[in-house]
Design a protein around this ligand. Structure first.
Ligand SMILES: C[S@@+](CC[C@H](N)C(=O)[O-])C[C@H]1O[C@@H](n2cnc3c(N)ncnc32)[C@H](O)[C@@H]1O
Length: 271
């Protein structure tokens, strides 16, 4: 693993810098879009087995909890077990912890490519578009093997990655190249690639889908325009359209419209 990544600085220093730059500014997701994203992830977790009755839960980054509108780590702690969020950036972890006044979860600075946890430690791991932010794409396999190591036998991984097949993915990449995305985007993945990476890392894939069926850039622009114009009927129309678009998940075009590919996987006990 290359340790000095982003133009000579470490991953933790790079992401510390990102959170310092974006905090204090309005999040690119407003309250409505943040809630739509939060609900899409929460619905997936519930549909794919819900919270484990016992055992620890891990979330592999804390950006949502640091920023606010799409946070759900404390909801994961509703099973009463230990819930841990890890993030390579100490600043992100600290900011996330600051939003959890009653400390319902634990906030740890650590790297998904070499997790600071022992083997078989977690019953459920939720990895929400964390492992698609590596400058070196081979780090996806490395971190998936780490997730397999810390997952207990019979434990579940629910993972999402940026969707390469999304028809708007080339537009998002172009905007990223222009420097208009506030942070580094790594590779995006097709569902076939995600499945292959999981199987190579020692997982058995049980379910797949694609979630969050709104072109991110267009959804953000539409909500901003409706807010700027302060025209209530337009705002209602935009919000209703975005909610209705989530039904695309139940159709054959889901892998072309979803922002994220998603999989539920368990450790391959034969390995
Ligand atoms: C820009 S956010 C996007 C992911 C976030 N779940 C979301 O959907 O908004 C990327 C997050 O992943 C964290 N991150 C990047 N590399 C990581 C690594 N190797 N281990 C753990 N966290 C990492 C960053 O610090 C940042 O908080």
């Amino acid at each position: 693993m290359k340790d000095r990544l982003f133009d000579g600085i470490s991953a933790s220093a790079y992401w510390d810098g990102v959170i310092q730059r974006v905090s204090g500014k309005a999040h690119y997701l407003d309250a409505f879009l943040g809630e739509l994203k939060r609900q899409a992830h929460w619905a997936l977790i519930q549909r794919w087995g819900g919270l484990p009755r016992t055992g620890r839960i891990l979330k592999t980054d804390l950006f949502e909890e640091a920023m606010g509108p799409d946070a759900y780590l404390t909801t994961l702690s509703d099973n009463g077990g230990l819930t841990i969020g890890v993030d390579v950036s100490p600043a992100v972890a600290q900011r996330a912890q600051g939003h959890d006044r009653s400390l319902r979860a634990c906030y740890v600075a650590g790297d998904a490519r070499r997790l600071p946890f022992g083997n078989d430690a977690f019953a459920l791991i939720v990895s929400p578009s964390t492992l698609d932010h590596f400058p070196d794409p081979s780090d996806l396999g490395r971190s998936l093997r780490e997730l397999a190591r810390v997952l207990e036998p019979g434990g579940r991984l629910i993972i999402t990655l940026d969707n390469r097949q999304n028809i708007f993915d080339p537009l998002l990449r172009a905007v990223h190249r222009l420097g208009w995305v506030p942070y580094f985007l790594g590779r995006s993945y097709s569902i076939r690639e995600l499945r292959h990476e999981l199987e190579s890392a020692g997982f058995v894939v049980q379910e797949t889908t694609a979630i969050l069926h709104n072109p991110r850039l267009i959804a953000v622009a539409a909500v901003r325009l409706a807010k700027k114009l302060r025209w209530r009927p337009l705002m209602t129309l935009v919000q209703r359209t975005l909610i209705a678009a989530q039904r695309l998940e139940g159709t054959r075009v889901r892998y072309y419209t979803g922002s994220f590919v998603a999989a539920k996987a368990v450790r391959n006990m034969a390995k």
